[in-house]
Design a protein around this ligand. Structure first.
Ligand code: IMP
Length: 197
């Protein structure tokens, strides 16, 4: 089964490649000659994920999925949430975002946070959503060099290291995106069986 992952984030693409079974041929946007910026103007994770998937489905005609992820920090009333990418400003870097989070949490004891991913899938016009949540804590400083985004300051529950100190496989087994992807794969297995009978 061919499926496009509608993302311009190479880190997400390579994470997904380690998670999907080989029966699913994962295509990138460049594989389908899509070199456009994907629209992402909604104010919910669901809205943004479906907006990106719909853009590719409608303009390029491929079955596809897209994800949108937010970091919800308890002490900040679940901010930055859907605005995680632009937390420190419109064209800010991951480092700027991390600096702002650490600054906001300065002298704050409650470090609880969740990463939440929503995957939106469109197959033959049928739309579905899959959610994955990973709970953890925001560290006092950056640790680790792997991964991307907020990974260096997010320590998942049950681990003594941040996502940025884990391999892709280790992170994928417990992460928000990993959990949402497992649900996506289960669903794809069910519909491919239905198509055989
Ligand atoms: P988006 O899903 O690409 O819109 O991501 C929103 C923000 O969350 C961006 O700043 C990403 O870098 C960050 N982000 C998304 N997924 C992850 C992750 O798995 N780890 C750390 N940061 C992430």
């Amino acid at each position: 089964m061919k499926l496009v992952f509608a993302t311009n984030n190479p880190h997400k693409l390579s994470e997904l490649k380690t998670m999907l079974p080989k029966e699913i041929e994962l295509l990138s946007l460049s594989d389908i000659n899509c070199h456009e910026e994907l629209p992402e103007t909604q104010n919910t994770l669901e809205g943004n994920a479906m907006q990106k998937a719909s853009f590719v489905y409608q303009n390029y005609g491929y079955n596809c999925f897209a994800d949108d992820t937010g970091l919800e920090i308890e002490a900040l009333n679940n901010q930055p949430g859907v605005y995680s990418a632009r937390y420190a400003g419109l064209h800010c870097s991951a480092d700027d975002n991390i600096k702002k989070v650490l600054q906001q949490l300065h002298a704050e004891n409650n470090r609880f946070a969740n990463f939440k991913t929503i995957i939106a899938l469109i197959i033959d016009g049928q739309e579905n959503y899959f959610e994955g949540v990973c709970s953890g804590k925001i560290t006092l400083a950056k640790n680790g060099k792997q991964g991307f985004g907020y990974d260096p300051v997010f320590k998942p529950d049950g681990f003594e290291k941040t996502f940025a100190e884990m391999s892709k496989k280790e992170k994928g087994a417990i992460s928000h995106r990993g959990k949402a992807t497992k649900k996506l794969v289960q669903y794809l297995k069910i519909i491919s069986c239905q198509k055989l009978f």
